[in-house]
Design a protein around this ligand. Structure first.
Ligand SMILES: Cc1ncc(COP(=O)(O)O)c(C=O)c1O
Length: 383
Protein backbone atom coordinates (compact mmCIF):
# COMPACT_ATOMS: atom_id res chain seq x y z
CA UNK A 1 0.00 0.00 0.00
CA UNK A 2 1.22 3.47 -0.85
CA UNK A 3 1.30 5.93 2.04
CA UNK A 4 0.56 8.99 -0.09
CA UNK A 5 -0.06 10.09 -3.60
CA UNK A 6 0.85 13.13 -5.66
CA UNK A 7 1.05 14.44 -9.25
CA UNK A 8 3.96 12.07 -9.84
CA UNK A 9 5.82 9.65 -7.63
CA UNK A 10 8.30 6.81 -7.53
CA UNK A 11 7.57 3.50 -5.95
CA UNK A 12 10.61 1.87 -4.36
CA UNK A 13 10.61 -1.88 -3.88
CA UNK A 14 12.99 -2.14 -0.93
CA UNK A 15 12.36 -5.91 -0.76
CA UNK A 16 13.90 -6.27 -4.22
CA UNK A 17 17.15 -4.96 -2.76
CA UNK A 18 17.51 -8.21 -0.78
CA UNK A 19 17.12 -10.25 -3.95
CA UNK A 20 19.65 -8.07 -5.78
CA UNK A 21 22.15 -8.34 -2.91
CA UNK A 22 21.94 -12.14 -3.15
CA UNK A 23 22.52 -11.94 -6.92
CA UNK A 24 25.62 -9.79 -6.37
CA UNK A 25 26.83 -12.20 -3.71
CA UNK A 26 26.57 -15.12 -6.17
CA UNK A 27 29.01 -13.29 -8.45
CA UNK A 28 31.61 -12.26 -5.88
CA UNK A 29 31.83 -15.32 -3.61
CA UNK A 30 33.07 -14.42 -0.14
CA UNK A 31 33.73 -10.78 -0.97
CA UNK A 32 31.50 -8.58 1.19
CA UNK A 33 29.37 -5.75 -0.16
CA UNK A 34 29.94 -2.07 0.51
CA UNK A 35 26.63 -0.51 -0.55
CA UNK A 36 27.15 2.72 -2.47
CA UNK A 37 24.34 5.01 -1.33
CA UNK A 38 25.68 8.34 -2.55
CA UNK A 39 23.45 10.89 -4.31
CA UNK A 40 20.49 9.73 -2.20
CA UNK A 41 21.26 6.18 -3.40
CA UNK A 42 20.95 7.42 -7.00
CA UNK A 43 17.55 8.82 -6.15
CA UNK A 44 16.25 5.70 -4.35
CA UNK A 45 16.53 7.16 -0.83
CA UNK A 46 19.85 6.62 0.91
CA UNK A 47 18.55 5.96 4.42
CA UNK A 48 15.90 3.46 3.35
CA UNK A 49 18.33 1.75 0.98
CA UNK A 50 21.01 1.59 3.67
CA UNK A 51 18.50 0.05 6.10
CA UNK A 52 17.35 -2.49 3.50
CA UNK A 53 20.99 -3.31 2.72
CA UNK A 54 21.79 -3.70 6.44
CA UNK A 55 18.86 -6.12 6.77
CA UNK A 56 20.56 -8.14 4.06
CA UNK A 57 23.95 -8.30 5.73
CA UNK A 58 25.67 -5.22 4.29
CA UNK A 59 27.88 -3.61 6.95
CA UNK A 60 29.70 -0.87 5.02
CA UNK A 61 28.39 2.11 3.03
CA UNK A 62 30.02 4.42 0.52
CA UNK A 63 28.93 8.05 0.18
CA UNK A 64 30.30 11.06 -1.66
CA UNK A 65 30.41 13.63 1.13
CA UNK A 66 30.31 14.24 4.85
CA UNK A 67 26.72 15.54 4.56
CA UNK A 68 25.63 12.22 3.11
CA UNK A 69 27.48 10.35 5.86
CA UNK A 70 25.83 12.47 8.56
CA UNK A 71 22.40 11.82 7.06
CA UNK A 72 22.99 8.09 7.58
CA UNK A 73 24.32 8.56 11.12
CA UNK A 74 21.38 10.81 12.06
CA UNK A 75 19.03 8.08 10.83
CA UNK A 76 20.69 5.60 13.21
CA UNK A 77 22.91 3.75 10.73
CA UNK A 78 25.81 2.43 12.80
CA UNK A 79 27.65 0.46 10.09
CA UNK A 80 30.97 1.69 8.74
CA UNK A 81 30.77 4.59 6.27
CA UNK A 82 33.45 5.53 3.76
CA UNK A 83 33.44 9.00 2.18
CA UNK A 84 34.61 8.25 -1.36
CA UNK A 85 35.37 11.88 -2.18
CA UNK A 86 36.83 15.00 -0.60
CA UNK A 87 35.96 16.41 2.82
CA UNK A 88 37.01 20.05 3.38
CA UNK A 89 39.18 20.78 6.46
CA UNK A 90 36.39 22.66 8.28
CA UNK A 91 34.44 19.38 8.35
CA UNK A 92 37.31 17.14 9.52
CA UNK A 93 35.87 17.11 13.06
CA UNK A 94 32.84 15.11 11.90
CA UNK A 95 35.11 12.26 10.88
CA UNK A 96 36.19 11.36 14.43
CA UNK A 97 33.05 12.63 16.16
CA UNK A 98 30.80 10.43 14.00
CA UNK A 99 33.22 7.56 13.30
CA UNK A 100 33.31 8.15 9.56
CA UNK A 101 36.12 6.78 7.36
CA UNK A 102 37.71 9.22 4.91
CA UNK A 103 39.27 8.44 1.54
CA UNK A 104 42.81 9.73 1.23
CA UNK A 105 42.57 11.45 -2.12
CA UNK A 106 46.24 12.54 -2.32
CA UNK A 107 49.41 12.56 -0.22
CA UNK A 108 49.01 16.30 0.49
CA UNK A 109 45.47 15.68 1.70
CA UNK A 110 46.57 12.81 3.95
CA UNK A 111 49.29 15.02 5.46
CA UNK A 112 46.75 17.78 6.15
CA UNK A 113 44.39 15.32 7.81
CA UNK A 114 47.28 13.96 9.88
CA UNK A 115 48.26 17.46 11.05
CA UNK A 116 44.67 18.11 12.06
CA UNK A 117 44.51 14.81 13.95
CA UNK A 118 47.77 15.68 15.80
CA UNK A 119 46.40 19.07 16.86
CA UNK A 120 43.17 17.52 18.09
CA UNK A 121 44.91 14.42 19.44
CA UNK A 122 42.52 12.08 17.68
CA UNK A 123 42.88 9.15 15.27
CA UNK A 124 41.23 9.49 11.86
CA UNK A 125 40.15 6.30 10.10
CA UNK A 126 40.87 6.28 6.38
CA UNK A 127 41.15 4.20 3.22
CA UNK A 128 43.99 4.97 0.84
CA UNK A 129 42.89 5.56 -2.76
CA UNK A 130 45.34 4.17 -5.29
CA UNK A 131 44.99 5.70 -8.75
CA UNK A 132 45.70 2.82 -11.11
CA UNK A 133 44.37 4.60 -14.21
CA UNK A 134 41.26 6.71 -13.60
CA UNK A 135 43.34 9.87 -12.96
CA UNK A 136 40.67 11.42 -10.80
CA UNK A 137 41.62 11.03 -7.12
CA UNK A 138 44.23 8.89 -5.40
CA UNK A 139 47.97 8.37 -5.39
CA UNK A 140 49.21 7.40 -8.82
CA UNK A 141 50.46 3.87 -9.28
CA UNK A 142 50.43 3.31 -13.02
CA UNK A 143 52.78 2.09 -15.70
CA UNK A 144 53.87 5.68 -16.36
CA UNK A 145 54.25 6.73 -12.73
CA UNK A 146 54.51 4.55 -9.63
CA UNK A 147 54.44 6.95 -6.71
CA UNK A 148 55.52 4.34 -4.23
CA UNK A 149 57.11 6.87 -1.83
CA UNK A 150 53.79 8.64 -1.34
CA UNK A 151 51.99 5.38 -0.63
CA UNK A 152 54.59 4.44 1.98
CA UNK A 153 54.36 7.88 3.56
CA UNK A 154 50.57 7.64 3.84
CA UNK A 155 50.85 4.32 5.65
CA UNK A 156 53.43 5.82 8.03
CA UNK A 157 51.30 8.78 9.18
CA UNK A 158 50.95 8.41 12.93
CA UNK A 159 47.47 9.83 13.51
CA UNK A 160 45.79 8.19 10.53
CA UNK A 161 44.67 4.62 10.79
CA UNK A 162 44.69 3.34 7.21
CA UNK A 163 42.04 0.62 7.48
CA UNK A 164 41.68 -0.05 3.77
CA UNK A 165 42.90 0.53 0.26
CA UNK A 166 40.99 0.81 -2.99
CA UNK A 167 41.03 1.78 -6.63
CA UNK A 168 38.53 2.67 -9.36
CA UNK A 169 37.98 1.14 -12.81
CA UNK A 170 37.09 3.53 -15.68
CA UNK A 171 36.35 0.87 -18.33
CA UNK A 172 35.20 -2.27 -16.50
CA UNK A 173 31.92 -1.98 -18.46
CA UNK A 174 33.68 -2.59 -21.78
CA UNK A 175 34.55 -6.18 -22.72
CA UNK A 176 36.59 -5.03 -25.73
CA UNK A 177 40.20 -6.16 -25.75
CA UNK A 178 41.81 -2.80 -25.07
CA UNK A 179 39.54 -1.99 -22.11
CA UNK A 180 39.78 -5.51 -20.68
CA UNK A 181 43.58 -5.33 -20.87
CA UNK A 182 43.48 -1.93 -19.17
CA UNK A 183 41.26 -3.18 -16.34
CA UNK A 184 43.33 -6.35 -15.83
CA UNK A 185 46.44 -4.17 -15.69
CA UNK A 186 44.76 -2.03 -13.01
CA UNK A 187 44.06 -5.16 -10.96
CA UNK A 188 47.70 -6.25 -11.35
CA UNK A 189 48.97 -2.81 -10.32
CA UNK A 190 46.70 -2.79 -7.28
CA UNK A 191 47.81 -6.29 -6.28
CA UNK A 192 51.43 -5.23 -6.76
CA UNK A 193 50.93 -2.44 -4.20
CA UNK A 194 49.27 -4.91 -1.83
CA UNK A 195 52.15 -7.43 -2.15
CA UNK A 196 54.84 -4.79 -1.69
CA UNK A 197 53.16 -3.41 1.43
CA UNK A 198 52.66 -6.89 2.83
CA UNK A 199 56.29 -7.82 2.15
CA UNK A 200 57.30 -4.80 4.25
CA UNK A 201 55.04 -5.96 7.08
CA UNK A 202 52.55 -3.10 6.48
CA UNK A 203 48.87 -3.93 7.00
CA UNK A 204 46.76 -2.78 4.05
CA UNK A 205 43.38 -3.12 5.78
CA UNK A 206 40.37 -4.12 3.68
CA UNK A 207 40.76 -4.12 -0.09
CA UNK A 208 38.09 -3.14 -2.62
CA UNK A 209 38.18 -2.41 -6.34
CA UNK A 210 34.90 -3.36 -8.07
CA UNK A 211 31.92 -1.20 -8.93
CA UNK A 212 28.87 -2.78 -10.62
CA UNK A 213 30.48 -3.55 -13.98
CA UNK A 214 33.63 -4.69 -12.20
CA UNK A 215 31.41 -7.24 -10.44
CA UNK A 216 29.49 -8.29 -13.55
CA UNK A 217 32.55 -8.69 -15.74
CA UNK A 218 35.32 -9.73 -13.35
CA UNK A 219 33.44 -11.78 -10.73
CA UNK A 220 35.30 -12.90 -7.63
CA UNK A 221 38.64 -11.07 -7.44
CA UNK A 222 39.30 -12.27 -3.90
CA UNK A 223 38.98 -8.76 -2.42
CA UNK A 224 37.45 -8.03 0.99
CA UNK A 225 34.68 -5.80 -0.36
CA UNK A 226 33.07 -4.83 -3.66
CA UNK A 227 31.28 -1.50 -4.13
CA UNK A 228 28.02 -1.85 -6.10
CA UNK A 229 25.62 1.02 -6.50
CA UNK A 230 23.46 0.30 -9.53
CA UNK A 231 23.37 -3.47 -9.11
CA UNK A 232 21.54 -3.57 -5.80
CA UNK A 233 19.07 -1.14 -7.43
CA UNK A 234 18.54 -3.84 -10.04
CA UNK A 235 19.84 -2.04 -13.12
CA UNK A 236 23.04 -1.47 -15.07
CA UNK A 237 24.17 1.79 -16.69
CA UNK A 238 23.03 0.74 -20.14
CA UNK A 239 21.14 -2.43 -21.16
CA UNK A 240 22.80 -2.38 -24.58
CA UNK A 241 26.23 -2.95 -23.07
CA UNK A 242 27.23 -6.60 -23.21
CA UNK A 243 28.21 -8.20 -19.89
CA UNK A 244 30.11 -11.35 -19.03
CA UNK A 245 27.57 -12.78 -16.52
CA UNK A 246 23.85 -13.50 -16.51
CA UNK A 247 22.47 -12.13 -13.27
CA UNK A 248 18.78 -11.86 -12.50
CA UNK A 249 18.22 -8.42 -11.02
CA UNK A 250 14.89 -6.82 -10.12
CA UNK A 251 14.66 -3.05 -10.77
CA UNK A 252 13.91 -1.33 -7.48
CA UNK A 253 12.36 1.92 -8.76
CA UNK A 254 9.13 2.49 -10.71
CA UNK A 255 7.92 5.93 -11.79
CA UNK A 256 4.33 7.07 -12.20
CA UNK A 257 2.31 10.24 -12.89
CA UNK A 258 -1.35 11.17 -13.03
CA UNK A 259 -3.32 12.06 -16.12
CA UNK A 260 -4.70 15.57 -15.53
CA UNK A 261 -6.59 16.38 -18.76
CA UNK A 262 -7.71 14.49 -21.88
CA UNK A 263 -8.65 16.38 -25.05
CA UNK A 264 -9.20 15.68 -28.73
CA UNK A 265 -7.37 17.77 -31.35
CA UNK A 266 -7.94 17.83 -35.09
CA UNK A 267 -5.64 17.35 -38.06
CA UNK A 268 -3.10 20.20 -38.27
CA UNK A 269 -3.32 21.23 -34.61
CA UNK A 270 -0.04 21.15 -32.71
CA UNK A 271 0.99 20.16 -29.19
CA UNK A 272 3.29 21.89 -26.70
CA UNK A 273 6.12 24.42 -26.68
CA UNK A 274 7.77 24.82 -30.05
CA UNK A 275 4.82 23.11 -31.77
CA UNK A 276 6.94 20.05 -32.59
CA UNK A 277 4.01 17.61 -32.89
CA UNK A 278 1.29 18.11 -35.49
CA UNK A 279 -1.80 15.90 -35.47
CA UNK A 280 -2.27 13.95 -38.70
CA UNK A 281 -5.98 13.42 -37.97
CA UNK A 282 -8.27 13.45 -34.91
CA UNK A 283 -5.94 12.70 -32.00
CA UNK A 284 -6.63 12.17 -28.29
CA UNK A 285 -4.02 13.82 -26.10
CA UNK A 286 -3.58 13.06 -22.39
CA UNK A 287 -1.63 15.55 -20.29
CA UNK A 288 0.55 13.85 -17.67
CA UNK A 289 1.68 15.61 -14.51
CA UNK A 290 5.42 15.04 -14.72
CA UNK A 291 8.05 17.16 -16.42
CA UNK A 292 11.74 17.94 -16.57
CA UNK A 293 11.72 19.60 -13.13
CA UNK A 294 10.74 16.17 -11.82
CA UNK A 295 13.71 14.60 -13.60
CA UNK A 296 12.02 13.44 -16.80
CA UNK A 297 14.67 14.57 -19.28
CA UNK A 298 13.57 17.13 -21.86
CA UNK A 299 15.86 15.33 -24.29
CA UNK A 300 13.31 12.50 -24.66
CA UNK A 301 10.92 14.93 -26.40
CA UNK A 302 9.90 14.10 -29.96
CA UNK A 303 11.60 10.68 -29.95
CA UNK A 304 8.40 8.58 -29.91
CA UNK A 305 9.29 7.72 -26.34
CA UNK A 306 6.70 5.31 -24.93
CA UNK A 307 4.89 5.28 -21.58
CA UNK A 308 2.10 3.01 -20.33
CA UNK A 309 -1.54 3.97 -19.77
CA UNK A 310 -4.12 1.25 -19.09
CA UNK A 311 -1.26 -1.18 -19.73
CA UNK A 312 -0.82 0.02 -23.32
CA UNK A 313 2.20 1.66 -24.87
CA UNK A 314 1.59 5.26 -25.99
CA UNK A 315 4.05 7.81 -27.39
CA UNK A 316 4.98 11.12 -25.77
CA UNK A 317 4.20 13.96 -28.17
CA UNK A 318 5.64 17.47 -28.23
CA UNK A 319 8.27 18.83 -25.88
CA UNK A 320 8.44 17.73 -22.26
CA UNK A 321 7.49 20.82 -20.20
CA UNK A 322 8.76 21.71 -16.72
CA UNK A 323 5.93 20.00 -14.80
CA UNK A 324 3.92 18.22 -17.49
CA UNK A 325 4.14 16.30 -20.73
CA UNK A 326 1.64 15.10 -23.32
CA UNK A 327 0.87 11.60 -24.57
CA UNK A 328 -1.02 10.39 -27.64
CA UNK A 329 -3.75 8.09 -26.26
CA UNK A 330 -5.80 7.84 -29.46
CA UNK A 331 -5.52 4.05 -29.39
CA UNK A 332 -6.33 3.61 -25.70
CA UNK A 333 -9.97 3.34 -24.60
CA UNK A 334 -11.50 5.54 -21.90
CA UNK A 335 -8.45 7.42 -20.67
CA UNK A 336 -9.58 9.99 -18.10
CA UNK A 337 -8.34 12.42 -15.48
CA UNK A 338 -6.77 10.61 -12.53
CA UNK A 339 -5.62 7.58 -14.52
CA UNK A 340 -2.11 6.46 -13.77
CA UNK A 341 0.62 6.68 -16.36
CA UNK A 342 3.62 4.42 -15.82
CA UNK A 343 6.93 5.88 -17.01
CA UNK A 344 9.16 3.19 -15.47
CA UNK A 345 7.86 -0.19 -14.35
CA UNK A 346 5.10 -2.64 -15.21
CA UNK A 347 1.44 -2.01 -16.05
CA UNK A 348 -0.50 -5.12 -17.07
CA UNK A 349 1.69 -7.17 -19.37
CA UNK A 350 3.83 -4.26 -20.55
CA UNK A 351 7.07 -2.98 -19.08
CA UNK A 352 8.87 0.31 -19.65
CA UNK A 353 12.37 0.73 -18.29
CA UNK A 354 14.61 3.50 -17.04
CA UNK A 355 16.97 2.35 -19.76
CA UNK A 356 14.52 3.45 -22.46
CA UNK A 357 14.43 6.94 -20.93
CA UNK A 358 18.23 7.04 -20.70
CA UNK A 359 18.62 5.86 -24.29
CA UNK A 360 16.26 8.56 -25.60
CA UNK A 361 18.03 11.14 -23.43
CA UNK A 362 21.45 9.99 -24.71
CA UNK A 363 22.71 9.23 -21.21
CA UNK A 364 23.18 6.39 -18.73
CA UNK A 365 20.85 5.12 -16.03
CA UNK A 366 23.16 6.44 -13.28
CA UNK A 367 22.34 9.99 -14.39
CA UNK A 368 18.63 9.46 -15.10
CA UNK A 369 18.01 7.83 -11.72
CA UNK A 370 19.98 10.34 -9.68
CA UNK A 371 18.31 13.26 -11.52
CA UNK A 372 14.81 12.31 -10.32
CA UNK A 373 13.96 15.43 -8.37
CA UNK A 374 13.66 15.73 -4.60
CA UNK A 375 10.07 16.93 -5.02
CA UNK A 376 9.01 13.54 -6.40
CA UNK A 377 7.76 11.45 -3.45
CA UNK A 378 9.52 8.11 -2.89
CA UNK A 379 6.78 5.71 -1.89
CA UNK A 380 7.60 2.47 -0.18
CA UNK A 381 6.24 -0.52 -2.08
CA UNK A 382 6.48 -2.68 1.04
CA UNK A 383 3.70 -0.66 2.66
C1 LIG B 1 34.49 5.02 -6.05
C2 LIG B 1 33.18 4.44 -6.48
N1 LIG B 1 32.94 3.14 -6.23
C3 LIG B 1 31.78 2.54 -6.59
C4 LIG B 1 30.79 3.25 -7.25
C5 LIG B 1 29.51 2.54 -7.65
O1 LIG B 1 29.39 2.47 -9.01
P1 LIG B 1 28.21 1.61 -9.71
O2 LIG B 1 26.95 2.31 -9.44
O3 LIG B 1 28.60 1.56 -11.12
O4 LIG B 1 28.25 0.27 -9.05
C6 LIG B 1 31.00 4.59 -7.53
C7 LIG B 1 29.96 5.34 -8.27
O5 LIG B 1 30.17 6.23 -9.04
C8 LIG B 1 32.23 5.21 -7.15
O6 LIG B 1 32.48 6.50 -7.42
Amino acid sequence: MLESYSRCWTEIDYDAIGHNVREVQKLVGNTKIMGIVKANAYGHGSVKCAKALEENGVDFFGVSSVDEALELREAGIESSILILGYTPPEHFHYLHEQNITQSLVSLEYARKLNEYAKEEDVIIHAHCKIDTGMNRTGIQYQKEKKDWDSIIEVFSLTKISVDGMFTRFPVSDDLGEESATFTKRQIELFNEVVSKLKSMGIKTGVLHVQNSYGILNYGDLGMDYCRPGLLYMGVTSDDAVEIASEPDFIPVMSLYANVSVVKVIEEGQTVGYGRHFTAQGPTRIATISIGYADGLPRLISNKKHEVLIHGQRCPLVGNVCMDQCMVDVTNVEDVKEGDVCCLVGRQGDEVVTIDQISRDACTINNETLSAIAARVPRLDKRG
